[in-house]
Write a protein that binds this ligand. Sequence first.
Ligand SMILES: Nc1ncnc2c1ncn2[C@@H]1O[C@H](COP(=O)(O)OP(=O)(O)OP(=O)(O)O)[C@@H](O)[C@H]1O
Length: 298
Amino acid sequence: MITCKQLQKHYGKKEILTDVSFQIDEPKIIGLIGRNGVGKSTLLKIIAGHAKASKGYIEVVGQKPFQNLTVAANVIFIEDAMTFPAVLTLKEILESAKKFYAKFATDLAFKLLKFSNISEKNYHTQLSKGQKATFNLIYGIASRSAITLLDEPMNGMDEAIRNDMYRVILKDFIAYPRVIIISSHYLNEMEQLIEDILLLHKGKVALFAPVEEVQELAVKLVGQKGNVEPALDKYEVLATYENGPIFEAIVRKNDLPLPENVRMLSLSASDVCQVLTATEGGSIDDIYRKSEYGAEYL
Ligand SMILES: Nc1ncnc2c1ncn2[C@@H]1O[C@H](COP(=O)(O)OP(=O)(O)OP(=O)(O)O)[C@@H](O)[C@H]1O
């Protein structure tokens, strides 16, 4: 359904995606994760055919996606900047959606809109940020497109509606399996929803694996500095933190016996992704440790 091989994208001299390769060939919900500015939206736009890759190979539903009609008929791309004709009410937008998306679930869309307390008499431009995001997501899910790309769909929604919308995505996916890629900074909230994590880092795919595998990649060792530090040469250390006498190290998991007086804590997939994509300058702790303010904060 989607194949990318050594995909590259640059804007002028600025290289964004340098070597992106992955393949998706069965229906699943995938979380597209990565730090701000890493190129998540750019990648989604290329898959949707809205932007052209600079180099490399990409195939979506068997076609090169850029401005391709077959791809357009099979893919929906939901983003903040999405617009609808200003003269149409939400009711009219939903009633006309079947013209563009043959499988559009119009009844379901009206029910979800009502449930979300958004009047169908509104115009899209009149909606608040969270209402706009909710409407766009309802539209995207109701389209039942074979490939549904959701770019930070929960931005602006309050926690309650986010939880409802995660359920909508899951229930609709179970009833109508398709490829759903969700870019998001709320990985903690999505861990129950998504099957795989596609982690972008420094222009490449750092990881493409099931959530459970990502969770298992690293652990946190906690204890007195004198107990934890000597044990670290047996591990690949990903990050360390010091809070007074307590020393914490995030390390790649291995099967060696746990050092004495050191506790091992499991991590969420979100923690693992954060540490794998940490900036080279170290952690915030390092800034305070090294700066003139260090003494006050240690
Ligand atoms: N049309 C454009 N022209 C020039 N640079 C662009 C353009 N679109 C995006 N960029 C740059 O490409 C980089 C990746 O942007 P993109 O929006 O894809 O990142 P992202 O991972 O979705 O970020 P975020 O998580 O902050 O939304 C950024 O540095 C951005 O400034």
